[in-house]
Design a protein around this ligand. Structure first.
Ligand SMILES: C[S@@+](CC[C@H](N)C(=O)[O-])C[C@H]1O[C@@H](n2cnc3c(N)ncnc32)[C@H](O)[C@@H]1O
Length: 160
């Protein structure tokens, strides 16, 4: 037999992920960083390393950072989760990002001026791609991917 004790401290009513930190990308079943912060504080975990073997989009790392931890490692079976974590915790000067975004938009704009340009780009070899996406969407994604691949700085490329 066990007894369930309700601690309203952990309700976090009215709070969301973004009430403390911006969420760069949608990810299912994210933990509120507020929960991690309170738990780490309870354990007085202000130094040492944090390992999250199912790290998802990295809410536990957000909590760790807030509590002063700097050595954090994670794994996730989903490559999107690993990418989100990498991008979220890599510092990029905001002016470089804005500049790169402008270049990106200009490149796409110029590219679209000639409707034959799309035929010069290779089609990705993805099984059943036509089942998931219309031809129009596939073409748009091919163009976006092409210009993302052109970004030399790996941190900025990952961000895009
Ligand atoms: C609820 S999320 C984790 C949330 C995360 N700990 C946080 O603080 O935000 C669960 C994650 O476990 C990952 N996962 C499931 N099976 C796994 C496995 N065998 N190895 C690594 N990650 C796995 C899923 O891809 C998912 O991202």
């Amino acid at each position: 037999m066990y007894q369930v004790i309700r601690n309203t401290k952990y309700d976090y009513i009215g709070q969301s992920y973004a009430s403390l930190y911006p969420n760069l990308h949608k990810y299912p079943a994210t933990m509120l960083p507020q929960i991690g912060i309170d738990i780490l504080k309870e354990f007085d975990a202000t130094k040492g390393s944090l390992l999250d073997p199912y790290c998802g989009s990295g809410s536990s790392f957000t909590s760790g950072l807030e509590c002063g931890l700097t050595k954090m490692q994670g794994f996730d079976i989903n490559p999107l989760a690993a990418l989100i974590c990498k991008v979220k915790f890599t510092k990029i000067p905001i002016n470089e990002l804005i500049e790169r975004q402008q270049t990106f938009r200009n490149n796409v704009f110029e590219f679209l001026k000639n409707e034959n340009n799309i035929f010069k780009l290779p089609r990705p070899q993805i099984t059943n791609i036509d089942f998931w996406f219309s031809q129009d969407v596939i073409n748009k994604l091919i163009i976006i991917k092409h210009f993302i691949d052109e970004i030399k700085n790996i941190n900025i490329r990952n961000f895009f």
